[in-house]
Design a binder for this molecule. Structure first.
Ligand code: 5AD
Ligand code: SF4
Length: 472
């Protein structure tokens, strides 16, 4: 039904050949050491990276690696993030810790991939000062992992492979899911928005949507394998389908996914306010499966700052949208991202941010200190805000956000809601943790046998941003 210009099955077949070739190497090495080899993929950053790491683990499993710990694995792969400077700093820190280990175990290999590798300065630095890294690849050629690993194994030399961009989407490669009952699904890659502070469009490339039939086939396969909740992933899911041969709106895609039998919950992220359509609100309002939660990054409450950020909406337009959502999707929980200290942000601008937080009353908000990313327009803007001013604003914002989140959380106290049980609680082994439709967590007495099940839960006590409850 849909023309397939950008998905490449021949490439997948090529990669399976490399998987087989790597497998032979790994088998031999395993015989030599007289033990199985272990690999650890460590994820930094967002859910896109988490999903990419599952793909890397799937390839490693096929090659014959067991899953191991970072501290002891024979192959350690860091899937990096570069959205803020401190993400980069952490990777260099961790690499520094790996160096002495590699000296003692020369057969050990270190791989780096992800968004940081798409920055030429980073790769230069790694080449010069981190010669003990074995494999370096980027976001556009993740599907070539087995090929790049093979190059390293065969040549004995460091393998570096970075593409500047791609229009390719390679389907049907292996994949190792973290949870048996829920899964992320990429519906699109890249971003065309160029918010002036953001490095993502430079490291993830232009927007490309996966074909709807490929998405639906993948979800059907997952459902047959026990998955009941999916998270549709993209930098800007609201503009899904614009680049397809036969364009299709995100709302229509959701309607198609809703029809899949056996699937119970649909989530998605991230939404850009400028592209959120009335059609989507209507579909959400009527849906039985789409969760009552929307992550809608506002970034700032000041129209002047929003303009400098190239967000293409005003404070008033955002407020109108939040209002429409609350009316169209009763009980919806709204969460957001906010940046403090964007260049030129004055105390008045910051007050506008506090004001929008008070008006929208977010269920939770991720708050970030502005981080200067080389190559983005904001990095060279005048009036960079001094650190102490940013810290002070950040503290005040956090206080407000937490106060409101606590109040909105308390509103549901005493109600009965359905939770999908995800894990045994980290704090208390006699409790399990479940997720409500609105994305909040609840801890109830239970055991591992309940994982993956939907349970009606009474929310007995609100603890600020989660609940203590019991099955009813
Ligand atoms: N500095 C601080 N926060 C940033 N984000 C993106 N780029 C930057 C930056 N340069 C935040 C935005 C985005 C989230 C994923 O990360 O709030 O929504
Ligand atoms: Fe970055 Fe803006 Fe694209 Fe989000 S929408 S990834 S903030 S450029």
């Amino acid at each position: 039904m849909y023309d397939n210009i950008n998905s490449d099955n021949a490439e997948a077949a090529r990669q399976y050949d490399f998987i087989e070739k790597c497998r032979q190497y790994i088998e031999e090495e395993s015989r030599r050491l007289n033990r199985p080899l272990a690999a650890a993929v460590v994820t930094f950053g967002c859910q896109m990276n988490a999903r990419d790491s599952e793909k890397l683990r799937g390839i490693l499993r096929e090659i014959g690696y067991r899953e191991g710990e970072e501290e002891t694995a024979d192959l350690v792969v860091y899937n990096t993030c570069t959205v803020r400077e401190n993400a980069n700093t952490r990777v260099y820190g961790r690499l520094g810790q790996l160096k002495p280990r590699k000296k003692k175990n020369p057969h050990m290999m270190i791989g780096l991939c992800g968004c940081m590798m798409q920055e030429p300065e980073v790769v230069e630095k790694l080449k010069k000062s981190y010669s003990f890294v074995d494999i370096i690849f980027g976001t556009h050629n993740l599907y070539k992992f087995a090929e790049i690993l093979f190059t390293r194994l065969e040549s004995g030399k460091r393998a570096i492979d970075i593409l500047e961009g791609t229009d390719k989407i390679v389907e049907n490669l292996p994949n190792e899911r973290k949870y048996s009952f829920k899964s992320g699904i990429n519906i699109m890659f890249g971003c065309n928005n160029f918010c002036s502070y953001c490095i993502v469009p430079y490291v993830r490339g232009r927007e490309r949507s996966r074909r709807p039939d490929a998405i639906i086939a993948e979800i059907r396969r997952l459902v047959a394998d026990g998955v009941t909740e999916v998270m549709l992933l993209g930098q800007n899911v609201n503009s899904y389908g614009k680049t397809l041969e036969e364009p299709m709106s995100f709302a229509r895609l959701l309607q198609e996914i809703e029809k899949i039998e056996g699937l119970r919950r649909i989530r998605f992220m991230t939404s850009h306010p400028k592209d959120l359509s009335d059609e989507l609100i209507e579909v959400m309002g009527k849906s039985e499966k789409i969760c009552r939660h929307l992550h809608l990054p506002v970034q700032s409450g000041s129209t002047a700052i929003l303009q400098k950020m190239n967000r293409r909406y005003t404070k008033e337009q955002y407020l109108l949208l939040a209002d429409k959502l609350r009316r169209g999707v009763p009980g919806i929980s709204l969460t957001t991202d906010i940046i403090v200290g964007f260049p030129g942000e004055t105390e008045e601008d910051f007050q506008e941010t506090l004001d929008i937080v008070r008006k929208v009353r977010y269920d939770s908000a991720f708050t970030f200190i502005y981080s200067k990313r080389t190559g983005t327009p904001a990095a060279v803007m005048e009036d960079q805000v001094p650190e102490d001013v940013i810290k002070d604003r950040f503290g005040r914002l956090l206080e407000e956000v937490q106060k409101i989140a606590g109040e909105t959380c308390a509103l549901h106290e005493g109600t009965v809601q359905e939770a999908l049980i995800e894990s045994v609680s980290d704090q208390d082994a006699s409790m399990v943790t479940g997720r409500l439709s609105n994305n909040l967590l609840v801890h109830i007495p239970g055991d591992a046998g309940m994982i993956g099940r939907y349970v009606k839960v009474k929310l007995k006590e609100c603890k600020g941003f989660y609940y203590i409850g019991e099955a009813v």
